[in-house]
Design a protein around this ligand. Structure first.
Ligand code: C2E
Ligand code: CA
Ligand code: CA
Ligand code: CA
Length: 274
Protein backbone atom coordinates (compact mmCIF):
# COMPACT_ATOMS: atom_id res chain seq x y z
CA UNK A 1 0.00 0.00 0.00
CA UNK A 2 2.75 2.41 0.99
CA UNK A 3 4.91 1.52 -1.99
CA UNK A 4 4.21 4.84 -3.69
CA UNK A 5 2.90 3.52 -7.00
CA UNK A 6 2.08 6.21 -9.58
CA UNK A 7 -1.66 5.79 -9.36
CA UNK A 8 -1.49 6.26 -5.61
CA UNK A 9 0.17 9.62 -5.98
CA UNK A 10 -2.59 10.79 -8.32
CA UNK A 11 -5.41 9.36 -6.26
CA UNK A 12 -3.74 10.27 -3.01
CA UNK A 13 -5.45 11.27 0.24
CA UNK A 14 -6.58 14.63 -1.20
CA UNK A 15 -8.19 13.15 -4.29
CA UNK A 16 -9.75 10.48 -2.14
CA UNK A 17 -11.36 13.11 0.07
CA UNK A 18 -12.76 14.90 -2.99
CA UNK A 19 -14.24 11.70 -4.38
CA UNK A 20 -15.77 10.92 -0.99
CA UNK A 21 -17.22 14.42 -0.68
CA UNK A 22 -18.72 14.19 -4.15
CA UNK A 23 -20.37 10.86 -3.25
CA UNK A 24 -21.71 12.29 0.00
CA UNK A 25 -23.15 15.35 -1.74
CA UNK A 26 -24.84 13.11 -4.28
CA UNK A 27 -26.33 10.93 -1.54
CA UNK A 28 -27.51 13.98 0.42
CA UNK A 29 -29.00 15.50 -2.72
CA UNK A 30 -30.97 12.31 -3.33
CA UNK A 31 -32.23 12.43 0.26
CA UNK A 32 -33.09 16.13 0.05
CA UNK A 33 -35.22 15.43 -3.02
CA UNK A 34 -37.50 13.18 -1.00
CA UNK A 35 -39.32 16.19 0.47
CA UNK A 36 -37.63 19.35 -0.96
CA UNK A 37 -37.58 21.02 2.47
CA UNK A 38 -33.87 21.91 2.17
CA UNK A 39 -34.41 23.74 -1.11
CA UNK A 40 -35.47 27.32 -1.45
CA UNK A 41 -36.20 29.32 -4.57
CA UNK A 42 -35.06 32.94 -4.54
CA UNK A 43 -36.05 35.52 -7.14
CA UNK A 44 -33.94 38.27 -8.70
CA UNK A 45 -35.69 41.07 -10.64
CA UNK A 46 -34.72 42.21 -14.13
CA UNK A 47 -35.46 45.86 -14.85
CA UNK A 48 -36.34 47.58 -18.12
CA UNK A 49 -33.45 49.98 -18.74
CA UNK A 50 -35.75 52.54 -20.37
CA UNK A 51 -38.38 52.80 -17.61
CA UNK A 52 -36.91 51.21 -14.51
CA UNK A 53 -39.95 48.94 -14.21
CA UNK A 54 -39.54 45.26 -13.33
CA UNK A 55 -40.08 43.17 -16.44
CA UNK A 56 -39.47 39.77 -14.95
CA UNK A 57 -37.97 37.95 -12.02
CA UNK A 58 -35.47 35.08 -12.32
CA UNK A 59 -35.85 32.00 -10.12
CA UNK A 60 -32.54 30.86 -8.57
CA UNK A 61 -32.46 27.73 -6.43
CA UNK A 62 -30.66 27.46 -3.06
CA UNK A 63 -29.77 24.35 -1.06
CA UNK A 64 -29.59 24.67 2.72
CA UNK A 65 -27.56 21.59 3.60
CA UNK A 66 -28.14 20.38 7.19
CA UNK A 67 -24.42 20.28 8.07
CA UNK A 68 -22.57 22.04 5.24
CA UNK A 69 -24.79 25.14 5.22
CA UNK A 70 -25.67 26.96 2.02
CA UNK A 71 -24.35 25.24 -1.10
CA UNK A 72 -24.11 27.19 -4.36
CA UNK A 73 -26.15 25.99 -7.35
CA UNK A 74 -23.02 26.45 -9.45
CA UNK A 75 -21.65 23.52 -7.42
CA UNK A 76 -24.64 21.22 -6.97
CA UNK A 77 -26.51 21.66 -10.27
CA UNK A 78 -23.74 19.88 -12.25
CA UNK A 79 -23.76 17.08 -9.65
CA UNK A 80 -27.54 16.79 -9.94
CA UNK A 81 -27.18 16.61 -13.74
CA UNK A 82 -24.57 13.85 -13.60
CA UNK A 83 -26.46 11.89 -10.97
CA UNK A 84 -29.70 11.95 -12.95
CA UNK A 85 -31.44 14.11 -10.32
CA UNK A 86 -31.86 17.34 -12.26
CA UNK A 87 -35.28 16.48 -13.69
CA UNK A 88 -36.77 16.19 -10.22
CA UNK A 89 -35.04 19.30 -8.93
CA UNK A 90 -35.90 21.23 -12.09
CA UNK A 91 -39.56 20.25 -11.84
CA UNK A 92 -39.63 21.48 -8.23
CA UNK A 93 -38.14 24.87 -9.17
CA UNK A 94 -40.50 25.25 -12.14
CA UNK A 95 -43.56 24.49 -10.01
CA UNK A 96 -42.45 26.82 -7.22
CA UNK A 97 -41.69 29.63 -9.66
CA UNK A 98 -44.97 29.29 -11.56
CA UNK A 99 -46.96 29.12 -8.33
CA UNK A 100 -45.23 32.29 -7.08
CA UNK A 101 -45.68 34.20 -10.32
CA UNK A 102 -49.34 33.25 -10.60
CA UNK A 103 -49.90 35.45 -7.53
CA UNK A 104 -48.08 38.48 -9.00
CA UNK A 105 -50.29 40.87 -10.94
CA UNK A 106 -47.38 41.88 -13.16
CA UNK A 107 -43.87 40.66 -14.00
CA UNK A 108 -42.93 37.45 -15.74
CA UNK A 109 -40.96 34.70 -14.10
CA UNK A 110 -37.78 33.30 -15.68
CA UNK A 111 -36.67 29.74 -14.90
CA UNK A 112 -33.24 28.23 -15.65
CA UNK A 113 -33.53 24.93 -17.45
CA UNK A 114 -30.74 22.39 -17.65
CA UNK A 115 -29.57 20.92 -20.93
CA UNK A 116 -30.62 17.54 -19.59
CA UNK A 117 -34.24 18.66 -19.15
CA UNK A 118 -34.42 20.31 -22.55
CA UNK A 119 -33.37 17.08 -24.26
CA UNK A 120 -36.28 15.11 -22.79
CA UNK A 121 -38.91 14.43 -25.38
CA UNK A 122 -41.76 15.22 -23.01
CA UNK A 123 -40.31 18.43 -21.59
CA UNK A 124 -42.57 20.95 -23.35
CA UNK A 125 -45.63 18.91 -22.35
CA UNK A 126 -44.44 18.85 -18.76
CA UNK A 127 -44.11 22.63 -18.73
CA UNK A 128 -47.62 22.99 -20.12
CA UNK A 129 -48.92 20.71 -17.38
CA UNK A 130 -47.26 22.86 -14.70
CA UNK A 131 -48.78 26.00 -16.21
CA UNK A 132 -52.22 24.40 -16.21
CA UNK A 133 -51.83 23.20 -12.62
CA UNK A 134 -50.64 26.57 -11.29
CA UNK A 135 -52.87 28.76 -13.44
CA UNK A 136 -49.96 30.79 -14.82
CA UNK A 137 -50.41 32.17 -18.35
CA UNK A 138 -47.68 30.93 -20.75
CA UNK A 139 -46.93 34.57 -21.68
CA UNK A 140 -45.72 35.08 -18.10
CA UNK A 141 -43.09 32.36 -18.26
CA UNK A 142 -39.57 32.79 -19.64
CA UNK A 143 -37.16 29.91 -19.94
CA UNK A 144 -33.40 30.49 -19.77
CA UNK A 145 -31.23 27.94 -21.56
CA UNK A 146 -27.55 27.77 -22.43
CA UNK A 147 -26.40 26.67 -25.82
CA UNK A 148 -24.54 23.65 -24.41
CA UNK A 149 -28.00 22.16 -24.33
CA UNK A 150 -28.27 22.15 -28.09
CA UNK A 151 -25.03 20.47 -28.99
CA UNK A 152 -25.72 16.80 -28.29
CA UNK A 153 -29.39 16.52 -29.07
CA UNK A 154 -30.13 19.42 -31.33
CA UNK A 155 -33.34 17.97 -32.78
CA UNK A 156 -35.09 17.17 -29.52
CA UNK A 157 -34.04 20.52 -28.03
CA UNK A 158 -35.38 22.44 -31.00
CA UNK A 159 -38.62 20.46 -30.96
CA UNK A 160 -39.12 21.42 -27.30
CA UNK A 161 -38.19 25.05 -27.89
CA UNK A 162 -40.60 25.33 -30.83
CA UNK A 163 -43.44 23.79 -28.86
CA UNK A 164 -42.81 26.13 -25.91
CA UNK A 165 -42.64 29.21 -28.12
CA UNK A 166 -45.74 28.17 -30.03
CA UNK A 167 -47.51 28.15 -26.66
CA UNK A 168 -46.37 31.74 -25.97
CA UNK A 169 -43.42 31.07 -23.66
CA UNK A 170 -40.32 33.27 -24.18
CA UNK A 171 -36.89 31.69 -24.57
CA UNK A 172 -33.73 33.44 -23.43
CA UNK A 173 -30.27 32.27 -24.44
CA UNK A 174 -28.30 32.42 -21.17
CA UNK A 175 -24.57 33.07 -20.62
CA UNK A 176 -24.32 34.53 -24.10
CA UNK A 177 -20.76 35.11 -25.26
CA UNK A 178 -19.11 32.67 -22.87
CA UNK A 179 -18.40 30.17 -25.59
CA UNK A 180 -21.35 28.01 -24.67
CA UNK A 181 -23.85 30.36 -26.25
CA UNK A 182 -22.77 31.88 -29.50
CA UNK A 183 -25.41 31.15 -32.14
CA UNK A 184 -23.12 28.28 -33.15
CA UNK A 185 -25.67 25.83 -34.47
CA UNK A 186 -28.65 27.60 -33.09
CA UNK A 187 -30.65 29.73 -35.43
CA UNK A 188 -31.45 33.11 -33.98
CA UNK A 189 -35.08 32.67 -34.91
CA UNK A 190 -35.42 30.03 -32.19
CA UNK A 191 -34.98 32.47 -29.28
CA UNK A 192 -36.52 35.74 -28.06
CA UNK A 193 -33.89 37.16 -25.71
CA UNK A 194 -30.19 36.92 -25.24
CA UNK A 195 -28.65 37.28 -21.86
CA UNK A 196 -25.15 38.78 -21.76
CA UNK A 197 -23.02 36.98 -19.21
CA UNK A 198 -21.81 38.91 -16.16
CA UNK A 199 -18.24 38.09 -17.13
CA UNK A 200 -18.41 40.84 -19.81
CA UNK A 201 -20.33 43.29 -17.63
CA UNK A 202 -17.64 42.93 -14.98
CA UNK A 203 -15.02 44.06 -17.50
CA UNK A 204 -16.77 47.35 -18.31
CA UNK A 205 -14.55 50.30 -17.49
CA UNK A 206 -11.59 47.95 -16.97
CA UNK A 207 -11.31 46.13 -20.23
CA UNK A 208 -11.99 47.88 -23.54
CA UNK A 209 -12.45 44.51 -25.21
CA UNK A 210 -15.51 43.81 -23.09
CA UNK A 211 -17.09 47.13 -24.04
CA UNK A 212 -16.66 46.24 -27.70
CA UNK A 213 -18.05 42.72 -27.18
CA UNK A 214 -21.15 43.97 -25.36
CA UNK A 215 -21.76 46.65 -27.95
CA UNK A 216 -21.45 44.06 -30.72
CA UNK A 217 -23.85 41.67 -28.97
CA UNK A 218 -26.45 44.41 -28.47
CA UNK A 219 -26.16 45.51 -32.10
CA UNK A 220 -26.38 41.93 -33.35
CA UNK A 221 -29.45 41.32 -31.21
CA UNK A 222 -31.13 44.50 -32.43
CA UNK A 223 -30.46 43.56 -36.07
CA UNK A 224 -32.07 40.17 -35.45
CA UNK A 225 -35.01 41.61 -33.53
CA UNK A 226 -34.00 40.03 -30.21
CA UNK A 227 -34.15 41.62 -26.76
CA UNK A 228 -31.00 41.85 -24.64
CA UNK A 229 -30.58 41.45 -20.90
CA UNK A 230 -27.32 42.16 -19.08
CA UNK A 231 -26.68 40.27 -15.83
CA UNK A 232 -24.29 41.08 -12.98
CA UNK A 233 -24.74 44.87 -13.08
CA UNK A 234 -23.05 46.13 -9.91
CA UNK A 235 -22.05 49.74 -10.57
CA UNK A 236 -23.59 53.00 -11.81
CA UNK A 237 -20.94 53.12 -14.54
CA UNK A 238 -22.01 49.73 -15.89
CA UNK A 239 -25.65 50.80 -15.67
CA UNK A 240 -24.96 54.03 -17.59
CA UNK A 241 -22.98 52.29 -20.34
CA UNK A 242 -25.53 49.49 -20.85
CA UNK A 243 -28.47 51.90 -20.86
CA UNK A 244 -26.71 54.22 -23.30
CA UNK A 245 -25.96 51.48 -25.83
CA UNK A 246 -29.58 50.34 -25.74
CA UNK A 247 -29.50 47.12 -23.72
CA UNK A 248 -33.19 46.35 -22.98
CA UNK A 249 -33.08 44.79 -19.50
CA UNK A 250 -30.65 45.03 -16.60
CA UNK A 251 -30.16 42.71 -13.64
CA UNK A 252 -27.64 42.78 -10.82
CA UNK A 253 -26.78 43.63 -7.25
CA UNK A 254 -26.92 47.36 -8.06
CA UNK A 255 -30.70 47.01 -8.33
CA UNK A 256 -31.61 43.94 -6.31
CA UNK A 257 -30.16 40.68 -5.01
CA UNK A 258 -31.99 37.35 -5.25
CA UNK A 259 -34.76 37.55 -2.62
CA UNK A 260 -37.57 35.58 -1.03
CA UNK A 261 -40.93 35.29 -2.70
CA UNK A 262 -42.67 37.50 -0.10
CA UNK A 263 -40.10 40.25 -0.66
CA UNK A 264 -40.78 40.16 -4.40
CA UNK A 265 -44.48 40.68 -3.73
CA UNK A 266 -43.60 43.68 -1.51
CA UNK A 267 -41.26 45.12 -4.10
CA UNK A 268 -43.80 44.71 -6.90
CA UNK A 269 -46.46 46.37 -4.80
CA UNK A 270 -44.17 49.39 -4.33
CA UNK A 271 -42.54 49.73 -7.73
CA UNK A 272 -44.01 47.84 -10.60
CA UNK A 273 -47.65 47.36 -9.64
CA UNK A 274 -50.14 48.67 -12.17
P1 C2E B 1 -26.94 32.24 -14.07
O1 C2E B 1 -28.23 31.71 -14.63
O2 C2E B 1 -25.99 32.86 -15.02
O3 C2E B 1 -27.38 33.25 -12.91
C1 C2E B 1 -26.66 34.40 -12.55
C2 C2E B 1 -25.90 34.22 -11.25
O4 C2E B 1 -25.26 35.47 -10.93
C3 C2E B 1 -26.75 33.89 -10.04
O5 C2E B 1 -25.92 33.09 -9.18
C4 C2E B 1 -26.98 35.26 -9.40
O6 C2E B 1 -27.30 35.19 -8.02
C5 C2E B 1 -25.65 35.91 -9.65
N1 C2E B 1 -25.72 37.37 -9.70
C6 C2E B 1 -26.80 38.15 -9.97
N2 C2E B 1 -26.47 39.46 -9.96
C7 C2E B 1 -25.17 39.52 -9.65
C8 C2E B 1 -24.24 40.61 -9.48
O7 C2E B 1 -24.56 41.79 -9.61
N3 C2E B 1 -22.95 40.28 -9.20
C9 C2E B 1 -22.54 38.98 -9.04
N4 C2E B 1 -21.27 38.75 -8.76
N5 C2E B 1 -23.39 37.94 -9.19
C10 C2E B 1 -24.68 38.20 -9.50
P2 C2E B 1 -26.50 31.80 -8.43
O8 C2E B 1 -27.88 32.08 -7.92
O9 C2E B 1 -25.45 31.35 -7.47
O10 C2E B 1 -26.61 30.74 -9.61
C11 C2E B 1 -25.49 30.25 -10.28
C12 C2E B 1 -25.88 29.46 -11.49
O11 C2E B 1 -26.55 28.26 -11.10
C13 C2E B 1 -26.86 30.18 -12.42
O12 C2E B 1 -26.14 31.06 -13.27
C14 C2E B 1 -27.49 29.02 -13.14
O13 C2E B 1 -26.69 28.60 -14.21
C15 C2E B 1 -27.50 27.92 -12.08
N6 C2E B 1 -28.85 27.81 -11.47
C16 C2E B 1 -29.40 28.50 -10.44
N7 C2E B 1 -30.66 28.08 -10.19
C17 C2E B 1 -30.92 27.09 -11.10
C18 C2E B 1 -32.06 26.24 -11.37
O14 C2E B 1 -33.13 26.31 -10.74
N8 C2E B 1 -31.92 25.33 -12.39
C19 C2E B 1 -30.77 25.23 -13.14
N9 C2E B 1 -30.71 24.30 -14.13
N10 C2E B 1 -29.70 26.01 -12.92
C20 C2E B 1 -29.76 26.93 -11.91
CA1 CA C 1 -30.48 7.69 0.86
CA1 CA D 1 -29.93 32.47 -15.82
CA1 CA E 1 -24.40 33.79 -16.29
Amino acid sequence: KASGRGCYSIFGPHMDALVRERAEIERDLRDALSDYSQFEVLYQPKYFAATGAIGSVEALVRWHHPTRGLISPAYFIPIAEEAGLIRELGRFVLKEACRAAAAWPIANVAVNISAVQLRDEGFAMEVMAVLAATGLAPQKLEIEVTETAWMDSFDSCVANIRALRAAGICIALDDFGTGFSTFGRLHETEVDHIKIDKMFVEGLGKNRGDEAIIQAIVELARAKGLKTTAEGVETEEQNAFLTQIGCDELQGFLFAKPMRRADVADLLSKTGWK
